[in-house]
Design a protein around this ligand. Sequence first.
Ligand SMILES: Nc1ncnc2c1ncn2[C@@H]1O[C@H](COP(=O)(O)OP(=O)(O)OP(=O)(O)O)[C@@H](O)[C@H]1O
Ligand SMILES: [Mg+2]
Length: 454
Amino acid sequence: MQKNSTRFVCNECGYASPKWLGRCPDCGKFNTLIEEVVSPPQTKKAGGMSAVSPSRALPLSQVKYEKYERVSSGDPELDVVLGGGIVRGSLVLVGGDPGVGKSTLLTEVAAHLAKEHRVLYLSAEESCSQVKLRCERLGLTSDNLLLLNETCLENAEEAFGEAEYVVVDSIQAVYTETLSSSAGSVGQVRECASKLMRIAKSRGITFFIIGHVTKEGTLAGPKVLEHIMDAVLYFEGERTENFKILRAYKNRFGSVQEVGVFEMTERGIFGVNDYSSLFLSDSRGVAAGAVVTPSETGNRCMMVELQTLMAKTAYGLPRRMSLGVDPNRLIVLIAVLEKRCSIPLGTQDVYLNAMGGIRLSEPSADLAICAALASAERSIPVEKYTAVFGEVGLTGEVRGVSFAEKRVNECLKMGFRRVVLPAKNMKACEKFQGKIELVPVSYVTQMIKTLFPD
Ligand SMILES: Nc1ncnc2c1ncn2[C@@H]1O[C@H](COP(=O)(O)OP(=O)(O)OP(=O)(O)O)[C@@H](O)[C@H]1O
Ligand SMILES: [Mg+2]
């Protein structure tokens, strides 16, 4: 294949250089030069007209309406996250930490789709025999699923042939011949993704693309990668936990409010319907420092247990560590408890964990964190069937949160008997009076008096 000429362009200021430089001589920034193809100048017809025939503007009423055809992926949870199924001809990017189960999920989807469609699994990271081994472990048998081990995108493109669905594992491992930089570099990822988009739109192929994430947890490669895609899904979850959460980060054909809960087993990754009891432990109500909060993740409400542990500080500076909750939030809430409730925590190391590897980013967990801290400090367990939610301000006041009705309903459904909630949310939850005990609180001190009357 003929090699196009390329140049290196600075991401920040647009400075162009024929060879790579570590520092842009124009703006002085480091590591900003990205390789890109120099496209030949557009030939122009006589009279200054473009050689490409121009598109005509149409009134809205005359625009032809394309109906999006949706196909089930074989996994109801994944369908929910995609907004009701796979849209034909779309590009879906699935990102996530190493070993979270990206290849496993998409192998299952590919095998399911291969029952009725022509599907190709382009494995640039693993050999065909490794993929076959995985298929055997997962119990997937499909004679129609085509496997291809290829890293060069141009070669792979010919193999796409009549395929309707293609899984690319992963975008960081494939390269295009037009650029000389190595696979996985920003320029390569961008060029490969645009190439796949052109193929998707011109040949109507649906692509599932696996993407790696950086140490910070964002998708490796340029931001344009996310702009090109029709849907961007992230797999979340701690490596050691079996439960993974798939979250839509962007979706052109559906809501980004949806999440899917999956369980990783030896036989594969399965969507979990009964997700609400996953994040609760058996020691609830027995051990001090554990409190349950109804958390709104995506469009679903889940009961999540927060556990805290306190130990005397061995050195001068107390440690504060949290898993699944923003550590800064924990520090702020400890300060609120010390100042507004006179709970001394200055000589205690504090550890906080959200059960099951779930990440809580909502402020509604604040009050439950305070309750768990107070329970750990007093060594008094919180009653097993009590749930707590509400946002805590710096003055120690409890603020109302969204979806209060939904949260109380979930508590009721899960067999809880008492809910401590913000007084501001009381009105919305009045209809639950009689079915479940509602304790409205306006200040953190009130919550502590309710839970620990002695
Ligand atoms: N024999 C096995 N029994 C149980 N679980 C297994 C087995 N083999 C693999 N796994 C699970 O599968 C996971 C790897 O899944 P997968 O290869 O789909 O991850 P990935 O997200 O594609 O990773 P990578 O980014 O490395 O490609 C491992 O973390 C492990 O938990
Ligand atoms: Mg993989």
